[in-house]
Write a protein that binds this ligand. Structure first.
Ligand SMILES: *Cc1c(COP(=O)(O)O)cnc(C)c1O
Length: 320
């Protein structure tokens, strides 16, 4: 039996993050309220440190290290926002960080990770298993492995974003959350159950990779091939053991959004709200817009999970 994190753990995480994470703004738009007939509240984690909510979970997990773990260091595998979140958190806490990245990871992301002081270990994503490399390094050097989503301290850290949202705007009727491996969604669920118990929680995945939807509807974790989508933060192949238990218990449904819908949302945020949101960060907003007929008159929260997209890529996507 897994011991699942609780809202008390989210509160403890919020205490650890105090003075380190930004309390990100909640923004509204009359244009989108008119379009949907609902009142939407956007929690802007694209404006979080390093550009995504992942700082919350990573910093919380590393803050709990004991002296031995701090000395030896942390290891993780990721090519995206979790890598940068671990590297930044580790440098703030004076902990050595090793990040395992695929050889074809974008040079900008590799440079950002190194810039935060992380040691990058390259692997071949077609012939090598990153989790195996991580475990081997952890064992050999006594490093602590912090995975991107399936860890109680990561989940409780991610839950602090929704906690701040409810504390700022009060109870909501629905909350839309981007979904990859489920750290953000399950953490958000812990805060929602405590602060807005009647709120319906929706996880939103890329249409091309709906493993979470399949898992939710079948009751068992479904594994898929790495999906082809512009939502690179949600190209996960399966939910986690912890995240799935919480999602099964607390979430109303799992929805999907197409790449075209994501681009439409990126355009809306850039043009109308002056916000740069990465494709994955638009998942919740895209699903809320698509569901507007059943949201009329409701108060709806949407987590904009990140803003890390190269400007040239943003422009290319909008030009299509
Ligand atoms: C990682 C990530 C997600 C998905 O989060 P999970 O905890 O894996 O579900 C969503 N949006 C962005 C911007 C991310 O970096």
């Amino acid at each position: 039996m897994l011991t699942l994190p609780t809202y008390d753990d989210v509160c403890a995480a919020a205490g650890r993050l105090q003075g380190y994470a930004h309390k990100t703004p909640v923004m509204t738009s009359r244009t989108i309220n008119c379009e949907t007939g609902a009142e939407l509240f956007f929690k802007c984690e694209n404006l979080q440190r390093m550009g995504a909510f992942k700082f919350r979970g990573a910093f919380n997990a590393l803050s709990k290290f004991d002296e031995r773990q701090r000395q030896a260091g942390v290891v993780t595998f990721s090519s995206g926002n979790h890598a940068q979140a671990i590297a930044l958190s580790a440098s703030l806490l004076g902990i050595p960080a090793t990040i395992i990245m695929p050889s074809d990871a974008p040079t900008a992301k590799m440079a950002a990770t190194k810039g935060y002081g992380g040691k990058v270990v390259i692997y071949d994503r077609y012939t090598e298993d990153r989790e195996q490399i991580g475990r081997a390094l952890a064992e050999k050097h006594g490093l602590t492995l912090i995975p991107p989503y399936d860890h109680p301290d990561v989940i409780s850290g991610q839950g602090t974003a929704a906690k701040e949202l409810f504390e700022e705007v009060g109870e909501l009727d629905a909350l839309f959350v981007p979904l990859g491996g489920g750290g953000l969604l399950s953490g958000s669920a812990l805060s929602t159950r405590a602060l807005s118990p009647r709120c319906d929680i929706y996880g939103v995945e890329p249409e091309a990779g709906n493993d979470g939807q399949q898992s939710f509807r079948s009751g068992a974790i479904v594994n898929i091939e790495t999906p082809k989508t512009i939502a690179d933060g949600a190209q996960t192949q399966h939910l986690g053991a912890y995240t799935f238990e919480i999602i099964k218990r607390d979430v109303k449904d799992i929805l999907t959004a197409s790449d075209a819908q994501l681009v439409e949302c990126m355009r809306f945020f850039a043009e109308r709200m002056k916000l740069i949101v990465e494709p994955t960060g638009c998942l919740g907003a895209a699903a809320a817009r698509a569901m507007k007929d059943s949201l009329k008159g409701k108060r709806v929260g949407v987590i904009l999970s990140g803003g890390n997209v190269d400007i040239s890529r943003l422009c290319a996507l909008l030009a299509q």
